[in-house]
Structure formats: C-alpha cells, structure tokens
Design a protein around this ligand. Structure first.
Ligand code: TYD
Length: 191
C-alpha cells in the first residue's frame, strides 16, 4: 500500500509520519518511509532552489516543477519494489504537491504522467496563519498569500481526488488517532 501525507508547510506531516510508522510496525506492517524532495542529487538541488527568495517567481516555479517531476521519477521504482515486497510505503508528499504549489495543472499532469497515484492520500489541513507560526522562518514559501492559495487548491483537489481530510489544528495525539481511524479498516484492525 502506498500512503501519502500532504499538507502546507507547518501542517505537521513529519511528526505524524513518525507516529504512523510506529503504529504500522506495532500492527505488524513493514514500512518504507520516503519523502519529496528526495535525497538524490536532484533533491539536493531542489532544496537549494527552494531556499532562494525567488522561489515563487513564475520561471523559477516552472524549473522547480520539472525538477520535482524528475526527482519523483527516480523514487517510483523504489516505491514499486517496496510495494511488491509487501511493505507499506509512507510518503511525505507526492505529485499532488506539484499540483498545488506549482502552476498550470494540465502541464503538471503531463510531466507527471508516469508518477504513480498513492492508494490513499491524507491531507493535513491547517489554517495558513497557524502553519506559518509553526514554521517560524524555516518555511520555503513564506508568502502568506501564496500559502493561502496552496491551501485552497489542496481542498479543491481533495474533493476531486477523494483525499481523507484531517484537521491538523487539533493536538498531535488527536490527529494521530484520526489518521489511525482512516487507516485501521484498510489493515483490518480495530483501534
Ligand atoms: P517539505 O515537506 O516542507 O520539506 P522540509 O520539511 O524538508 O522542508 O517540502 C519542501 C518544500 O517543497 C515545501 O515547501 C513544498 C515544496 N514542494 C513543491 O513546491 N512542489 C512539489 O512537488 C513538492 C514535492 C514539494
């Protein structure tokens, strides 16, 4: 199973992924954790570009979109192999991030034609103001209007693509319980 967690910067994905891996291990699942951008050379370049103050400019965003698509192409093989070996793959972001952070949905879909769709996508939804406070300057896209737009696009996409939407403004344990509630029937366990 390929599970993806999505959400704006500061929505708490990393914390929830750590808790989720532990729970999956406890119920007997072997897990592979992946994240986008990856640790590949392309991923390293992406992180460098994301740190630049020009990251939201249109031409930079187009370059980013192409690099993100290249970066995830490499990741797909790793995900397929893990799935074939019966592992649960938890991904911190997937091509849906490109659909909401970068522009021109049609073009983004084309360049991500070979990206596998996750079996389950969970959106950690959070007020932009709260998310920015949590980031405390670490955020790549610090522009509040940009992030508000990203959040709106996530919520639109969630309806179209049947994401599970979880309120990430609740405490860490409540959010974790909500994620378990979504996933436990998929693994035939009770919580
Ligand atoms: P993030 O999950 O915040 O990583 P970290 O916690 O290591 O900083 O992701 C990095 C940034 O990349 C985030 O601001 C969203 C952005 N991003 C895109 O713009 N497009 C994409 O396709 C992906 C995967 C990420």
């Amino acid at each position: 199973m390929y599970i993806c967690l999505e959400g704006i910067d500061g929505s708490g994905k990393s914390t929830q992924i750590t808790l989720l891996e532990k729970w999956l291990n406890d119920i007997g699942q072997e897990v592979l954790q992946v994240r986008e951008p990856t640790q590949s050379d392309v991923g390293v370049l992406l992180r460098k570009m994301l740190a630049s103050s020009q990251a939201t400019e249109e031409n930079v965003q187009r370059t980013l979109a192409l690099l993100f698509a290249a970066d995830r192409t490499v990741l797909m093989k790793e995900i397929e192999e893990a799935k074939s070996a019966g592992k649960v793959v938890i991904s911190d972001r997937c091509f849906y991030s490109s659909m909401v952070y970068q522009n021109d949905v049609e073009w983004i879909s084309q360049i991500n034609k070979y990206a596998k769709r996750p079996d389950i996508t969970i959106l950690l939804d959070l007020e932009t103001e709260t998310a920015l406070k949590r980031c405390e300057g670490k955020d790549h896209f610090e522009n509040i209007d940009f992030l508000k737009d990203v959040r709106d696009k996530y919520l639109e996409l969630a309806e179209k693509e049947d994401f599970y939407v979880i309120n990430a403004g609740n405490g860490v344990n409540k959010v974790h319980d909500d994620i378990k509630r979504v996933l436990s029937p998929k693994f035939g366990v009770c919580i």
